[in-house]
Design a protein around this ligand. Structure first.
Ligand SMILES: Nc1nc2c(ncn2[C@@H]2O[C@H](COP(=O)(O)OP(=O)(O)OP(=O)(O)O)[C@@H](O)[C@H]2O)c(=O)[nH]1
Ligand SMILES: [Mg+2]
Length: 221
C-alpha cells in the first residue's frame, strides 16, 4: 500500500487535482482511497469522488498533521481492512507542513504493522496567487516547497508563460533542487505525470535527520 501526501496553501487546487489524479490512477488498475480533512468541502468531494467509485474517509476535526495522529492511524487501518486500497491519497489542511503528516504516517506504519510505502510528497502552488501569498505567508510556503519531493505549479490555464516562469524562478530560489512540474486541475495537464511520479517513486525526503534540521531552520525549535 502506498500513501501519497499533497500539501499546498489554501485554495491551491489540491482537492480538485486529487479527484482527477485518483481517476487516472484507477484507470491504471489500482484501488484508490482519499483522506481529506476539509469538512467544508467534503460533500462536494464525496459527490465527485463517488462517481469514480472512490471511498472518502473523513478525518475528524482540524489538521491531521498535528491534532489527530491516532485517528490517522485508525483511519489507515480501517481503510486497509475495509477496502484494501493500493494507494491512499492524503490532503491535510492547507496550512499544514509535510513533516507533521510524515510523522503520522511513520506512526501508522509502526503501530499497524502494515507495509506502507511513502510516495513522493507533492506541494501545490497556485500560479495565480503565489506572489501575493509569498508576501504574507512566505515562510509557510517556503517550508512546504522545501519539504516536498516535487512541486506542482497548478492553475496554469489561468496564467501567461511569463507568470509561470516567474513562479518557477521563485521555487528555484527557495529550493535549488526542487523537482518542478506544471499543470492544471481544470485541463488535466500534469495529471498523468503526477500519477507516474506517485506510483513509481518513493519519498526521498523521508529522513528524520533532514526533516528535523529543516524544521529547526524554519521554526527554530
Ligand atoms: N482555473 C482553475 N481553477 C482551479 C484549478 N484547480 C483548482 N481550481 C479552483 O480553485 C478553487 C480551489 O480549489 P480546491 O481544489 O478546493 O483547492 P484546495 O487546495 O483543495 O483548497 P483547500 O482545501 O481549501 O485548501 C476551486 O474553485 C477550484 O475549482 C485549476 O487548475 N485551474
Ligand atoms: Mg481541499
Amino acid at each position: 500500500m502506498r500513501i501519497a501526501q499533497v500539501t499546498g496553501f489554501l485554495g491551491s487546487g489540491k482537492t480538485t487535482f486529487l479527484t482527477k489524479l485518483a481517476a487516472e490512477i484507477m484507470e491504471r488498475g489500482h484501488k484508490v482511497a482519499i483522506i481529506v480533512n476539509d469538512v467544508g468541502h467534503i460533500n462536494v468531494d464525496q459527490k465527485v469522488m463517488s462517481s469514480h467509485g472512490l471511498t472518502v474517509k473523513e478525518v475528524a476535526g482540524g489538521c491531521i498533521c498535528c491534532e489527530v495522529q491516532g485517528t490517522f492511524t485508525t483511519t489507515v487501518v480501517n481503510l486497509h481492512i475495509g477496502h484494501k486500497p493500493d494507494v491512499i491519497l492524503v490532503e491535510p489542511s492547507g496550512v499544514a507542513i509535510p513533516w507533521g503528516l510524515k510523522q503520522a504516517v511513520a506512526d501508522a506504519v509502526k503501530n499497524s504493522g502494515l507495509d506502507i510505502v511513502h510516495s513522493p510528497i507533492v506541494t501545490f502552488i497556485d500560479c495565480t496567487a503565489i506572489e501575493e501569498q509569498m508576501a504574507f505567508v512566505g515562510r509557510l510556503i517556503s517550508t512546504q516547497i522545501r519539504e516536498a519531493d516535487a512541486v506542482m505549479i497548478n492553475k496554469i490555464d489561468l496564467c501567461t508563460e511569463d507568470e509561470i516562469n516567474k513562479c518557477i524562478d521563485m521555487i528555484k530560489k527557495t529550493d535549488g533542487s526542487a523537482n518542478i512540474m506544471i499543470g492544471s486541475a481544470v485541463t488535466s495537464d500534469g495529471v498523468k505525470e503526477m500519477a507516474d511520479l506517485i506510483l513509481n517513486n518513493t519519498s526521498k525526503r523521508y529522513d528524520e535527520a533532514i526533516e528535523k534540521g529543516l524544521f529547526k531552520e524554519q521554526y527554530g525549535g
